[in-house]
Design a protein around this ligand. Structure first.
Ligand code: ADE
Length: 246
């Protein structure tokens, strides 16, 4: 999969994504991450890319033309019109489902705004998806773009090496992941739950599923409404709640 990030701060994006799992996947040729400097497409000799907003107001806006030219350069290289995401607090909130959907694309363009935003006219022409990473305002789209690249990349086959880890984790079926333990068997007086040492795989699976349900109930009850529990599990949870609530 190929990511093309249009930004005024290409080094921020490159530095942030060249380590660990993502960096290794790039070296292995499973992913490519290209940071395109919008300033390279400035059309004046000072290479400025911002100007005052018509009608007044605070701050500066990124002008349409450099953004348009940077986008065209990528579109010409890839052939066709890749999906183009504008990172903005006004977008749909990013989640695992959206990451799964975008991981199917061969090319993805991520457009990062700065200052007070980008001239609306170019957004109308090039943007296919408006995406927010949460209800708070950041100084630019670079960190959100990096968040998206990370979440999407780990779903690209081969990036995690081990397909099981992408499968059994938080948000699978809208449930949070169960707690995990490693050596030693006892730490600060706390013992590893005995079932995990039993070697009984069916019991371990059952315990993990129950822990996922409890954890989701306690920490993200909003998710529980969207997950499909069997009749038996629903009954079990009601009973668990009765036993544990004061
Ligand atoms: N740019 C500024 N804040 C943002 C957010 N929360 N999500 C995506 N892009 C942004």
């Amino acid at each position: 999969m190929n990511f093309h990030i249009l930004t005024l701060f290409p080094e921020m994006v490159r530095d942030g994504l060249n380590t660990s799992i993502i960096g290794r996947a790039v070296s292995a040729g499973l992913l490519s991450i290209e940071a395109v400097n919008i300033r390279d497409y400035a059309f004046n000799k000072h290479q400025s890319v911002d100007d005052y907003p018509y009608g007044g107001g605070a701050g500066m806006l990124m002008q349409a033309e450099p953004v348009y030219l940077a986008h065209q350069a990528v579109a010409e290289k890839t052939g066709g019109r890749p999906r183009t995401v504008y990172l903005s607090p006004q977008g749909h909130v990013f989640d695992q489902k959206m990451a799964e959907e975008l991981a199917q694309e061969e090319d993805l363009i991520l457009l990062c705004g700065h200052y007070e935003g980008i001239d609306e006219r170019v957004l109308e022409e090039i943007v296919t998806d408006y995406v927010s990473i949460g209800d708070y305002v950041l100084t630019g789209g670079e960190l959100p773009a990096m968040v998206m690249v990370d979440a999407i990349s780990r779903l690209v086959p081969g990036v995690l090496h081990n397909d099981v880890s992408a499968e059994f984790e938080s948000f699978q079926d809208n449930l949070l992941e169960y707690p995990q333990y490693s050596r030693p068997e006892e730490w600060h007086g706390k013992k590893v739950p005995p079932v995990l040492l039993s070697g009984h795989h069916a019991n371990i699976e059952k315990w993990r599923r129950e822990q996922s349900i409890i954890r989701t109930y306690e920490r993200r009850p909003d998710l529980l409404e969207r997950c499909e529990l069997t009749e038996k599990e629903q009954k079990w949870l009601r009973q668990w709640i009765e036993e544990h609530e004061d």
